[in-house]
Design a protein around this ligand. Sequence first.
Ligand SMILES: Nc1ncnc2c1ncn2[C@@H]1O[C@H](COP(=O)(O)OP(=O)(O)OP(=O)(O)O)[C@@H](O)[C@H]1O
Ligand SMILES: [Mg+2]
Length: 504
Amino acid sequence: MTEMWTTMGSTLASFMFMWAIIRQYCPYEVTRFLDMYTHNIMGYFYPYITISFHEFLGDRLKRSDAYAAVEAYLSANTSKSAKRLKAEMGKDSCNLVLTMDEYERVTDEYKGVKVWWVCSKVMSPTRSMSYYQEQEKRFYKLNFHKKYRGIVTGSYLEHVMKEGKEIRLRNRQRKLYTNSPGYKWPSYKQTMWSHIVFEHPATFETMAMESEKKREIIEDLVTFSKSKEFYARIGKAWKRGYLLYGPPGTGKSTMIAAMANLLAYDVYDLELTAVKDNTELRKLLIETTTKSIIVIEDIDCSLDLTGQRKKKGDKFSDDENDKSNSEVSLRKEVKEEGSSGSKVTLSGLLNFIDGIWSACGGERLIVFTTNYVEKLDPALIRRGRMDKHVELSYCTFEGFKVLANNCFKIETHPMFDTIKRLLSEIKITPADVAENLMPKSPMDDADKCLSNFIEALETTKDEDLLSLRQSSLIKEDENVKHGSHIKENGELHEDNRIMKVTKQ
Ligand SMILES: Nc1ncnc2c1ncn2[C@@H]1O[C@H](COP(=O)(O)OP(=O)(O)OP(=O)(O)O)[C@@H](O)[C@H]1O
Ligand SMILES: [Mg+2]
């Protein structure tokens, strides 16, 4: 008997060896033909069916939703039976989420049917530029007996998808994504975005702005988030554009955080200058997920959006305008420097906002911020692209009261009247107000901070008056020179000078 097994074993080994050699010299068509038949014969005797759920499908544009749902389902339902698990921080960094580790196998039961899940990965070589690299391809495999095909492909998979999606929503840790400037994603990294957990404390309650405006924005956002059917009915992609504009420090970035917290959306902070070209911009867009805000901050500095549509001849007049505002021209320099490496065009950006690709994903806000709204191409900010324009401006007394309440939990104070009067006389940003109200030592209470703030307001007022007086003196001087120059030419324009000075 032993002899028979030994002979059989060695015959089989020899056969396998010979087969391996023959395979190498066999034409591809023949091996494929043989493989197909072997597979069919095996399938006849092997009664199990396998379904694979790959993390990335096709040309890897987007992570598969089915894979993510299976991952979530298995993390909740099988973490008790798996022996090797991966741990990750869950929602609000207060609970751990366990998922199956690679090559782990677990059993699940549904209506008396037993199925097996295996988490697996293969390394496949990919060509990147001039060398080959290994690329990880992860997938889950579901095995079950063929007699349960109906129930598994029907109700079981539906149950897995539904429960998986619910679990994902429950455990969803909100994220802040960025496409880091100059970051070259290696080919094995499958997403173009890097992320960290989004934990910004800003809310609309803590924002300093008029309550009426605040209410209007909140209502607009909430209505948008509940309008899936409405958008489908009118045949419009479920997205909305917001343009936030105003001087630095008036709360544009803070409002984006408040929006994300209100709607529980992820934030994609898009650094346009780090995007190589329009194709890359489209790839980034496709990789964003639903329930997200795509933010492009300081859009006027990101691209030469003003220049791209103009002919070269117009450039001079544009520069001339810039000279009138030194800060604007400084920003323009930064802009040109920043956009030098990027070939993203205005039309690429317009496509990004409302091209056909922008419809995939759904439930998305696109937010632009700028300090100079008048510098932007009207096509970029027209209604339909940027549906809602929100101006954030200097701090009003109402805004100040919100900030004071944030800091000291007070609704009113005897010093408020003085502050109200001073705020109506000078322009100060909410960022400056918030900084001035901050206690600078553990001893500082509301009285101390408010009196410091009044002092700061009075100093600013004096400085403003002084600079106003100085600039009017300079102008007066210029006008005098201008007047005498004209006199030399035999013309009298004295009225002109007087008018300008009194205007100051
Ligand atoms: N309206 C506001 N309400 C509450 N806090 C504000 C407001 N505006 C500014 N702040 C405070 O000032 C700081 C700076 O504000 P923020 O970054 O939102 O300004 P910004 O408008 O985005 O400025 P920039 O144009 O320079 O990007 C924030 O940390 C925030 O605490
Ligand atoms: Mg900002």
